[in-house]
Every structure is written in structure tokens, then in C-alpha cells.
Design a binder for this molecule. Structure first.
Ligand code: PEP
Ligand code: MG
Length: 751
């Protein structure tokens, strides 16, 4: 330990004595961080204290970071390097913090300027007190001696800080913790990249308390209400027409309930009567909306209960038009919607009304909501943090869908920073068309990149990025958004548009994959104890043959004269597949009996998503025209980890050796049987995995179209031969840690 550090420890000792006498806590903490930063020549020194009631670390003092974050920057245990240090109760010394996978600079803190990083946990006996952190702009600035010194300082400080915590009211009771809602960041999981800037709108809340509705609106009368009504009807009709044009597959007649309610005397007529009796228009609307919300909620019929949000949505629009908050649209412009639960149809409706973004409580959110939101391109994050619901409507916020943060009451500079990020993102969109028509590895191996399509509007992005076709069309969205089964004709019109818009030879339609977390509200008795192990996907269709046949007929009709493929999800046996093939044959016979020509037959494929299908891959490959590995589900079912359960998300590991070996065995089986193989799902967004998949010989991938440019760039840089060698080595590894380390090695060594 050098002399400086010994002196520093003595100084801290003196400071602690001083504190005992004076108890100016903030002043004391500030002196500590100043003294330590001076002695250690650090650019930044910060103290985070642990609040056990809210189970979070709170920045309580800093020299070097933005002081506005004091008391407001709140981290979960295990979050970022600081949270990891406390979680694992170990010092973290990094030459370059950004090299550590836990590194996560806090927006608005300027942390990304500082490379060298040193954190030590502060503990007193068995209790966690906090974390002491140093940062410096020069990489490698701190060494092991500094770490020893900081540990000594931390232990010197522990008792004093424990007292300080009590005095400062850290460890508030849970009720008080709610009052902490001036906290500036709510952390979550980024779902759809993008930035939303605006104010909070809490979806399930009553908005009676807003000043305009309570006060100014009392000056408005019957004529103002009529004007707002007229405006509402015009806006909705326009919106409906725009939706038919842009999102016909999922948004057809989506505002029909709204338009009907506008004609309804028990709704509008009643409000008019109340206004004539002297009530303010806003009050009358709010009361009537709440009356219907209650009525619909109590009905017990899921189809009627779905209308709850329609009536709220209509109320929102009329009120905004009354307040003239948004002259043009009366919609969700400038609003970030916060919700406990959200149905796919609500997601589409609110997105269509120009919302800035969504923050959803994880337990009410499902995988298909995130898939749909991605296709709609609306920024979204999920969070487990219930304090989200302490936020009041109209609170200014920024949704950072890149990091998964909701910044509360951001300062002007932060808003500017995010505005430019937002503009940058839309500029980038225009650059998507720099992609090449063919994808090759550096040593010339041809790779095919196909688009995964969720809704029709994805096709225009797929065309922009020169996708070679459609590797997966998830056909469930038109089913999920409607409130009854779409007819064969309606489905046919959707599928026909796919063929009309995508000129490629490879168009892969997947039959309905519902069940699991994708529940149709209009289908009775869908409750299951373990829905992911229940009547999902092909199992549902084989039990509901009428629905299966109507979808197959619609697909067969739409594909006539084109080459196309149909694949079946969640196949668990050769029997499942043969039965599905028979259903295609039957559907064709029905069509011909009804006088339709059905000369073109599709290729029929199996999705390998279950361990049983992996085990039977050789037999399936002999029967099928092609195989598509559904990597999202394969990981879920192989590892027994629910892909929608946040609590086990850390166990959902695509790089698990069992996953790697299973995919390899499917690839081998397909090769042996000469059966074309592709892979879909999110796996390709991990470069280490993509490298491995190319290494074991997979050459066809279906992915979200916006990822194609980046994936193509990456493939261009790598040699298929080297990837082959790396993959062989990876397959010999037994632990996830070894796989991670090895993949890091080959990713780092690439240009
Ligand atoms: C998959 O499981 O990888 C897949 C593509 O299907 P989905 O994500 O729709 O279940
Ligand atoms: Mg799947």
C-alpha cells in the first residue's frame, strides 16, 4: 500500500469521527467522496447505499457524476457493475468497464466517458451497506493496490455509513418508498428499440383529476360537446380508412365499436342529457365512460370485457378533443402509455393513434405483444418494477427502448440528447437499402437470409433489406386481433396480399400457432394450468379440424400459381406430421369439390421446436420437404424454461451446450436425408450463435427484416472454414461458461 493510501485511510477515520460529532450526513458523504477522489486521483468517486425495503442501491454522493442524479439514480441488485459488486459481494476492477458484460452506463450521467472502473462492496457483518466506486477516463488507471486501499476505506466507513443510512431514512418502510417516486429512472427490459418522449398516460386509470377536465371544462357547453363529437367521428373514420390501407390484416374494422358507440343513445344521448341538465361535458363523458367500464368489466363474457378498453379509448379521444389538447388528432400523440395488461387489439389501436411508446408491467405482458410491437415499430419496454404505477398521468418521461429505461421528469439536456437519438434512428431507417442481394461469407459460401413476417406491413421492410423471401409467416396475428375467427375468405385475402407483395420463390406460411400465451378471447375453455405444455399450435389445429381446414384452404387458394411452403409448429412426432399432411390433402380435395383449381401444391415442412422432434429428426427429415428449427421454442422446451417468465429469464440460454448439440444433431439428420434446413427465431441476433450455426453448416435463416443488414455485414466478415473449426470445438465443450469464453475469444479476434 503506498503512502498516499495510508494517509487517506487516516483521513477517512478522522472524517468518520467528525461525522459522529456533527451528523451532517450529506456533507459528510460529500467530503468522503471528495477526499477519496482527490487522494486516488480518480475522476469520479461515488457512494451508493443499499435500501433493503425497496431492495435497491441509491446513489447518495458523487464527485464527478451529474449531481442531479443524487437520490434519484436507483439500481437493482445485480444491475450494472455497481449492482453486481453488491450482489456478488466482491470488488470489481476493470481496466475498461465497457469490456465487462455487466457494464451499463446510466443515461444522462456521462458515465460512458470513464473507462477505468473500480467498485468495492461496503458490508458490516452480514449486512449489505452499499458500494464505493471509482472511475477514471484513462483505461487501466486503477490497479490491485488501489483495490486494496479502497477495500480498507470501505471497511473503515462501514459502521459510520450504517448509522448514516438510519439517519438519512434509507431503508424506508415500503409505504414511504412509494413516495420516492421522484426517482428518475425505472429500469426494465428493452422490447422494441426506439425512443419515446412525452408524458405518462396510465391506461387503466380514471382521469378525473386532470385540471382541465375538473376546472376549465366547466366553461364548455352543449355546442362544444357537439363539435368535439363531430371531430371524433371524422378522426375515427379517417383512421379506420388509413388502417384498412396500411394494416388490413390486423386492423380491419378495428374502430367499429368506437363508431357504433358514437351513434348509441345510451352513451351519447345520455351524455347530452346530462350536459343539458348543467353538467360539464368532461364530467358527463367521464362518468358515462366509467359506467360502461364497470358494466362491461362485470359481464364475465371475455368478448364484452375486451370492449372496456374501447370505451376508455373513445372517452380519451372525446376528452382530448374537448380540451383541444391535440388540434389535429385528439389521439395519443406525445403520450407514453403505461399498462398492467394490454391486448394485441389495444396495442394496434393505440399505436395507430400515434402513441410515443409503451411501458408494460411484465406479468401482464406476453411474447406476442412484443412480437407485434416490433412489427408495428413502437418503442416498448417491460418492467417488473411496480413503482411504475405510482407515476401520475401527465408526468413528463422519456422511454429509452434501447436500454430499457423510463426516465422520469428528465432535464432539458437529457431531452435534447434523446431527441437527437430519436432523429438519428429515423435517419438510419432510410439507410437500410444499402444491403446486397446475395449474402456470402468472406470465403464465398452462399448464405440465404429470409424475412420473418408477423403482419403484412413487415413485407415492405423485407423488400427494402432485400430479403430473399419469407422464411416464416406467423399467421396468428389476424386471429389474435379479431374478436371472432376470421373466415376462410378473410384469411385468403390476407395470404393473397403476401404473394402479391413478395415476388420471391420462397414463401413459407406457418399454420396457426395459438395456445401457450397466445389466447383467443373468443374461444371458450382455453384456461389451462400449463398452457405451454397444453393445447398449443398443431395440437390445437388437430383437435379443431374445421379451423385447420379453413386455414389450409385459404393458404392453398392464395398460393396457386406460385411456389410456396406450409409448415407446422410444435410437431412432436412423425404421426403429428403425417396427420397434418393428410389434412392438407383433404383441404385440397374440398377445394376441388367446390370447383377451385388446385394444381400447385406446397412443400410441407416440420418445425423442430420440441426435444421429441430433435430425437426423431432423422425420421422427420425423411418425411418432410423441409425442416425449420424454431429456435425460440427449442431453447424453452429443451431447458424447461418458460420463455415469457421474467423470473427464469436468466436460465434461458441459447448457448447452453444441450441446445448446441441438439441443433447440430438436427443439422446432421437433415443433411443425411438431403432435406433442406433453415432456422428461425431470435438466435441469429447473437453473433456467437450465428457463427456457430454457420460453422455446423446451416445456410438458411429467417429473421426480423430490420436485422438483415447487420447480420449480412457480419456474415461477410467471417470465414466459413474457420467457423467450422470453431463450431467443432464448441461442440466438445461441457459448460455454458466454457462456451461463453470460447465464443468471446473468436468474436474478439474477428475484424
Ligand atoms: C420459434 O419458436 O423460434 C419461432 C420462430 O416461433 P415463435 O417465436 O412464433 O414461437
Ligand atoms: Mg415457436
Amino acid at each position: 500500500m503506498n503512502k498516499d493510501n495510508v494517509e487517506l485511510i487516516c483521513n477517512i477515520g478522522e472524517l468518520s469521527d467528525l461525522f459522529r460529532e456533527k451528523s451532517d450526513i450529506r456533507g459528510f458523504l460529500h467530503k468522503v467522496v471528495r477526499t477519496v477522489s482527490l487522494h486516488m486521483k480518480a475522476d469520479v468517486c461515488s457512494i451508493y447505499l443499499y435500501d433493503e425495503f425497496i431492495d435497491r442501491l441509491i446513489l447518495e454522493a458523487t464527485e464527478g457524476l451529474n449531481p442531479a442524479l443524487i437520490g434519484k439514480l436507483i439500481l437493482s441488485i445485480g444491475e450494472g457493475l455497481v449492482g453486481t459488486s453488491l450482489k456478488e459481494l466482491r470488488p470489481i476492477l476493470e481496466k475498461q468497464g465497457s469490456d465487462n458484460p455487466h457494464f451499463m452506463p446510466v443515461p444522462g450521467s456521462n458515465e460512458d466517458r470513464y473507462e477505468a472502473f473500480l467498485a468495492v462492496p461496503i458490508v458490516q457483518g452480514l449486512s449489505r451497506i452499499g458500494v464505493l466506486v471509482l472511475q477514471h477516463s484513462r483505461p487501466g488507471f486503477f490497479n490491485r493496490n488501489d483495490m486494496m486501499a479502497l477495500k480498507a476505506i470501505a471497511s473503515q466507513l462501514a459502521t459510520t455509513l450504517e448509522n448514516a443510512k438510519l439517519l438519512m431514512g434509507v431503508n424506508k418502510k415500503p409505504v414511504e418508498a412509494k413516495g420516492r417516486m421522484e426517482l428518475s429512472v425505472i429500469r426494465g427490459r428493452p422490447i422494441v428499440e426506439g425512443v419515446g418522449i412525452g408524458s405518462v398516460y396510465v391506461l387503466e386509470e380514471q382521469h378525473t383529476a386532470r385540471p382541465f377536465y375538473r376546472d376549465e371544462c366547466t366553461r364548455l357547453g352543449f355546442d362544444d360537446f357537439q363539435a368535439a363529437l363531430q371531430q371524433t367521428a371524422e378522426q375515427l373514420q379517417e383512421l379506420q380508412a388509413e388502417m384498412e390501407e396500411r394494416l388490413s390484416d390486423v386492423a380491419s374494422l378495428i374502430f367499429s365499436t368506437h363508431l357504433l358507440m358514437l351513434q348509441d343513445t345510451s352513451f351519447i344521448g345520455y351524455i347530452e342529457d346530462e350536459i343539458e341538465k348543467g353538467k360539464s361535458p368532461c364530467q358527463a363523458v367521464i362518468e358515462r365512460v366509467e359506467y360502461f367500464v364497470k358494466l362491461f368489466s362485470q359481464s364475465g363474457n371475455p368478448r364484452i370485457m375486451e370492449k372496456v378498453q374501447d370505451i376508455r379509448d373513445l372517452g380519451h379521444r372525446i376528452l382530448r378533443n374537448l380540451a383541444r389538447e391535440n388540434q389535429v388528432a385528439g389521439d395519443y400523440s406525445d403520450q407514453i402509455v403505461i399498462a398492467r395488461e394490454l391486448l394485441p387489439s389495444e396495442l394496434v389501436k393505440i399505436t395507430a393513434q400515434h402513441v410515443e411508446g409503451f411501458v408494460l408491467y411484465s406479468q401482464g405482458a406476453s411474447a406476442h405483444i412484443s412480437i407485434l410491437a416490433k412489427s408495428l415499430g413502437v418503442p416498448m419496454m417491460f418492467t417488473e418494477d411496480k413503482s411504475l404505477f405510482s407515476l401520475e398521468t401527465d408526468t413528463p418521461v422519456i422511454l429509452d427502448g434501447i436500454q430499457g429505461n423510463l426516465l422520469i421528469s428528465p432535464g432539458e439536456d437529457t431531452v435534447k440528447e434523446f431527441l437527437s437519438l430519436k432523429e438519428g434512428a429515423s435517419r438510419l431507417e432510410g439507410e437500410l437499402d444499402s444491403v446486397k442481394t446475395e449474402t456470402r461469407t468472406a470465403d464465398g459460401e452462399r448464405v440465404h437470409l429470409y424475412a420473418t413476417i408477423n403482419i403484412l406491413s413487415d413485407i415492405s421492410t423485407a423488400l427494402k433489406v432485400k430479403a430473399e423471401g419469407i422464411g416464416l409467416y406467423r399467421s396468428e396475428f389476424p386471429f389474435l386481433i379479431r374478436n371472432s375467427f376470421p373466415s376462410e375468405e378473410e384469411q385468403y385475402l390476407v395470404y393473397k396480399k403476401i404473394f402479391d407483395r413478395m415476388p420471391s420463390e420462397i414463401i413459407t406460411l406457418r399454420t396457426l400457432d395459438i395456445g401457450g400465451d397466445k389466447i383467443l378471447s373468443y374461444m371458450p375453455d382455453q384456461e389451462e394450468d400449463n398452457p405451454f405444455l397444453g393445447l398449443r399450435a398443431i395440437r390445437f389445429l388437430l383437435k379443431n379440424k374445421k379451423i385447420f381446414v379453413s386455414q389450409l384452404k385459404a393458404m392453398l387458394r392464395a398460393g396457386q400459381g406460385r411456389s410456396f411452403r406450409i409448415m407446422f409448429p410444435l410437431i412432436s412426432s412423425v404421426d403429428d406430421f403425417l396427420e397434418s399432411k393428410r389434412m392438407v390433402e383433404k383441404s385440397r380435395e374440398f377445394l376441388m369439390r367446390d370447383g377451385f383449381e388446385c394444381k400447385t401444391m406446397p412443400e410441407l415442412g416440420v418445425m423442430v421446436e420440441l426435444p421429441s422432434a430433435v430425437a426423431m429428426a432423422d425420421a422427420l427429415a425423411e418425411e418432410a420437404d423441409f425442416i425449420s428449427i424454431g429456435s425460440n421454442d427449442l431453447v424453452q422446451y429443451l431447458l424447461g424454461v418458460d420463455r415469457t417468465n421474467e423470473k427464469v429469464s436468466g436460465l434461458y440460454e441459447a448457448r447452453h451446450p444441450a441446445v448446441l448439440r441438439s441443433i447440430n444433431s438436427v443439422a446432421k439428420a437433415a443433411e443425411q436425408a438431403n432435406c433442406p434446413l433453415s432456422l428461425c427465431g431470435n438466435m441469429t441476433s447473437d453473433k456467437g450463435m450465428l457463427h456457430f450455426l454457420l460453422g455446423i453448416g446451416i445456410r438458411n435463416f429467417s429473421l426480423t427484416p430490420t436485422l438483415i443488414p447487420e447480420v449480412q455485414d457480419y456474415i461477410n466478415t467471417l470465414s466459413a472454414e474457420a467457423a467450422g473449426k470453431n463450431a467443432r470445438h464448441v461442440l466438445s465443450l461441457k459448460t455454458l461458461k466454457c462456451v461463453d469464453d470460447y465464443m468471446k475469444g473468436f468474436l474478439d479476434s474477428q475484424p
